[in-house]
Design a protein around this ligand. Structure first.
Ligand code: CU
Length: 699
């Protein structure tokens, strides 16, 4: 492993093999890593192992959650529905086109309307490292993931200095009158450890740049306990439990709010990273995630009229799975072999009642009628350093997918989910199987110590999720129906990517160009009697089309001297539904940022100008497309300023003003609703001027 991309001190043990195997790794490490996790952006950017110290913390000021944090990087956008729960979009792809792993665990949210994307259940301060892999450069984290993989990871506590360590933080944002408190403590020795963490947040509604109140309040509490056993320096066994409790969450971007979103998450992890038989490393993980979600249109907001119906949708999502992998190494060749399994079971039902009832109890639709999706995978990844110092990597992955809807035959108001599938697609919810084969091949060539080229080809298959396959939200108004397609084919992404990395003196630059040809793209659309769709009543349906996405990310940084540094990044994606020759919805426009930092030994000042161009390429017409987009969006520029002062090695203070000029703006990507109270898409404005303060301590 002599790739000069590879020597990454920031990689903690669980992803060390990945870093060794991977190319074009850009560790962006926090200058003051008191709070936010270390961010590593792979296959997008700079190769230098000691890049200028820029973090997403600086890029987005005071991120409210993991999704907000992620969208500070080039090529990552985020969809806003309310005050938190920002849903990430990488290279124009979102939802299950991204593999998001919470310290090894898949957590599929409980909301059929995606109020709680997986990142909602990842308290930002509780993770030590965030790695973003854009595109298809690995097969070891599950099937799909065509847009990318986000690895949120926790390291083992370090007791080299003391047997008790910890950190605390308190922060405040004036705009939403929001506070956030976190605490973490770990105690242990060479044999074993215990780590406890907790976080509590409370936010009111914020005001946008026009001074208008945006429904965005939330309350969130989380706690976790991890027990670790480390019989020697190479072996770690950890049992962890984590609870997240979200309540009274308001959503400007939906016709409902969420009184409750809870997640209970268990993990059992094993890792041994020394020669064991033929293996240089053995790793195993088991996880169990249980989400309970409730949304309604009456308990946290007034009914729209006295004749309006009360509605509530309780739902659950259980995800269980695991992964076992082993590494072998011989000379310049490394091989990883593994198996994984993931099962997601989801139930959601809608109940309605007159405005006069206390709790609506008439069962009117099954949104997820016992949706059950199982994926069993087998994968192999290799890397080979050639005598020329070129690096060849590749991987193959097979997934067996098995799906069913256990309550598909259960009639609700005389219509079962299977009746709906039959009406719209001529298909029933009989068990569905897939045999999906994916893989990648990548080649890295260093021209000289400063410049390197990376070329990757990949194929990834993504099976439909519970909504795409089994949604059965019936409604008397056809245009407000939302019906999944139980026999829909998996998406096939065939991607090519070219990366160029260069560094010299104080300069660092990286460019990634990607092209993605998609067969059987799972398109959310409106029923117009298209091929495979039997009705033309405007209901929200899913069908396979062909699509093409291409784009680029470009980042460059310059450290002028010990004090000053600047950075510029740009990202663009072009996405087209080639079957219908219209743009794919939810495609970010040209976006970027310009950063300026001034550093002294124990303090630092900086500014970030975030900007986006106008987006005219939209799918906003329900007569000819899906109307998932609100419409074209205006471009914007918003300035964030911040400062940081380290009082001593233990204490630091950060403060800043986001959106200094109180600009009224929204990102292009918007909420695409299909709930029966508000089936139109909504673009939620970002917060107006927000002053924030954060105190951080470490012991
Ligand atoms: Cu919901």
């Amino acid at each position: 492993m002599t790739s000069k991309f590879s020597a990454l001190a920031v990689c903690n043990p669980p992803i060390l093999p990945l870093c060794l195997l991977s190319c074009a790794v850009f560790p962006v490490q926090a200058e003051n890593n008191l709070q936010l996790p270390t961010m590593t952006i792979e296959d997008s950017a700079l190769l230098d192992t000691n890049p200028s110290r820029q973090t997403l913390q600086e890029a987005v000021g005071a991120p409210v959650d993991m999704g907000d944090y992620l969208r500070g990087t080039a090529g990552v956008a985020g969809i806003r529905m309310g005050g938190q729960g920002i849903d990430p979009v990488i290279r124009g792809q979102s939802q299950t086109r991204l593999n998001v792993l919470l310290d090894g665990a898949y957590v599929h949210g409980g909301c059929p309307n995606r109020m709680d994307p997986p990142t909602t259940y990842a308290p930002l301060d509780s993770y030590d490292q965030v790695t973003v892999l854009k595109g298809g450069h690995s097969v070891r984290y599950g099937g799909g993931g065509s847009g990318g993989t986000v690895l949120l990871e926790r390291s083992a506590p370090n007791f080299s200095k003391a047997n008790t360590t910890g950190k605390v933080s308190a922060s405040y944002r004036d705009n939403a009158d929001a506070y956030n408190l976190t605490a973490e403590v770990a105690a242990g020795n060479e044999q074993a450890y215990v780590r406890a963490l907790g976080e509590t947040s409370d936010a009111d509604n914020y005001s946008d740049g026009k001074g208008q109140t945006v429904r965005s309040a939330y309350q969130k509490h989380s706690g976790g306990l991890m027990l670790g056993y480390t019989p020697d320096t190479h072996t770690r066994v950890e049992l962890g439990y984590e609870a997240i409790r979200e309540s009274d969450t308001l959503y400007a971007g939906a016709g409902m709010d969420a009184p409750q979103s809870d997640n209970d998450l268990w993990r059992l992890k094993f890792k041994r990273d020394t020669q064991t038989g033929p293996f240089t490393q053995l790793q195993g993980e088991l996880y169990y995630s249980d989400v309970t979600h409730l949304m309604d249109n009456y308990s946290l907001r007034p009914l729209t009229s006295s004749t309006a119906m009360k509605m509530r949708v309780p739902s659950t999502s259980t995800t269980r799975g695991g992964r076992f992998s082993s590494d072998l190494r011989s000379g310049a060749t490394a091989l990883t072999l593994g198996i994984d399994y993931q099962q997601n079971q989801r139930d959601a039902d809608r109940y309605a009642g007159m405005a006069s009832v206390v709790i609506p109890s008439t069962h009117v639709a099954s949104h997820w009628p016992g949706a059950d999706i199982r994926q069993s995978g087998l994968f192999a990844e290799f890397s080979q350093t050639l005598p020329s110092q070129d690096l060849l990597r590749g991987g193959l992955r097979y997934d067996y997918v098995d799906t069913q809807a256990t309550r598909a035959a259960q009639a609700v108001s005389g219509v079962s989910p299977s009746d709906l599938y039959q009406r719209y697609y001529g298909q029933t919810a009989t068990d569905h199987n897939e045999n999906n084969l994916g893989g990648f091949l990548s080649y890295e060539h260093p021209f000289n110590p400063q410049t390197s080229l990376l070329f990757t080809l990949s194929r990834s298959l993504r099976t439909a999720d519970a909504s795409e396959r089994y949604m059965a939200a019936n409604n008397s108004v056809a245009a407000q129906r939302w019906v999944g397609n139980p026999q829909i084919d998996p998406e096939q992404h065939h991607q090519a990517e070219l990366g160029l990395n260069w560094h010299d003196g104080g300069w660092q630059s990286s460019t990634a160009l990607f092209y993605n040809q998609v067969s059987d793209y799972i398109l959310r659309d409106r029923a117009r009697a298209q091929n495979g769709v039997l009705l033309a009543d405007g209901a929200t349906i899913y069908r396979n089309v062909d699509a093409r996405l291409y784009g680029l990310e470009w980042e460059t940084q310059r450290r002028w001297n010990t004090h000053w540094e600047t950075g510029l990044s740009l990202a663009y994606v072009h996405a087209q539904n080639t079957s219908d020759d219209i743009p794919l919805a939810q495609t970010p426009p040209l976006e970027g940022s310009f950063k300026l930092n001034y550093r002294q030994t124990n303090w630092h000042l900086g500014g970030t100008l975030r900007f986006a161009a106008r987006q005219n390429r939209v799918d906003d017409n329900a007569q000819t497309g899906s109307a998932v987009d609100v419409g074209p969006s205006a471009g914007f520029a918003a300035l964030d300023l911040f400062g940081e002062y380290r009082i001593n090695a233990q204490l630091g203070v950060r403060l800043g003003v986001d959106n200094v000029f109180d600009t009224a703006y929204a990102y292009h990507v918007n909420r695409a609703n299909a709930d029966p109270f508000n089936p139109t898409a909504i673009r939620v404005n970002e917060p107006g001027r927000t002053a924030w303060l954060s105190l951080n301590g470490r012991f």
